[in-house]
Design a protein around this ligand. Structure first.
Ligand SMILES: [Zn+2]
Length: 172
């Protein structure tokens, strides 16, 4: 176990040294690409299940030119101090931190707050074989609802993507 714990720490330090440290002066889109590329490069270290649960399997493959938020909640210049304060104990925890970092940069926040806890809600798209459907997902609790306010009772099969905002300001 000691060994495994040390290897997670070593991998995290490698990420900070190779990706986060050299990204202080870059723009968000470039930082996104670097984090995403590194995550994909280490996809086999994390394993398919962890890549899926952390959201990395989708987030790391997004075209950031289409998805970058107008107000990305991440500033590359602050990332080294933010992420250095975090010490992941497992590969899963590390993948979650990477997934959350990418997610912050592509989130379209709904103007509506969560009716359950008052937290902010992300606008997401559920893709299934038949259709794509926009829903809102609370950042702070498990509440999810469709755009008409009805609850998402069963998690949709298929994949979940961040929503985008087109030039007319419409959700796509
Ligand atoms: Zn909530």
């Amino acid at each position: 176990m000691m060994n495994r714990k040390r290897s997670v720490t070593a991998l995290w330090k490698e990420f900070l040294r190779e990706v986060v440290g050299p990204s202080v002066g870059v723009e968000c889109a470039e930082y996104y690409r670097r984090v995403a590329d590194w995550a994909l490069l280490h996809g086999r270290d994390f394993g398919a299940g962890v890549m899926e649960r952390s959201g990395l399997s989708v987030l790391a493959r997004l075209d950031v030119r289409l998805y970058l938020s107008a107000q990305p909640g991440v500033a590359p210049g602050m990332e080294l101090s933010r992420l250095s304060a975090f010490v992941p104990k497992t590969l899963e925890g590390m993948a979650e931190a990477l997934g959350n970092t990418l997610r912050e940069m592509v989130t379209v926040w709904s103007p509506k707050d969560c009716p359950n806890c008052g937290g902010p809600m992300r606008t997401l798209v559920a893709l299934s074989a038949r259709k794509r459907r926009i829903f809102l997902s609370c950042r702070d609790c498990s509440h999810e609802e469709w755009l008409d306010g009805s609850p998402v009772t069963a998690r949709v099969d298929g994949r979940i993507f961040p929503a985008r905002v087109n030039e007319e300001g419409e959700l796509v």
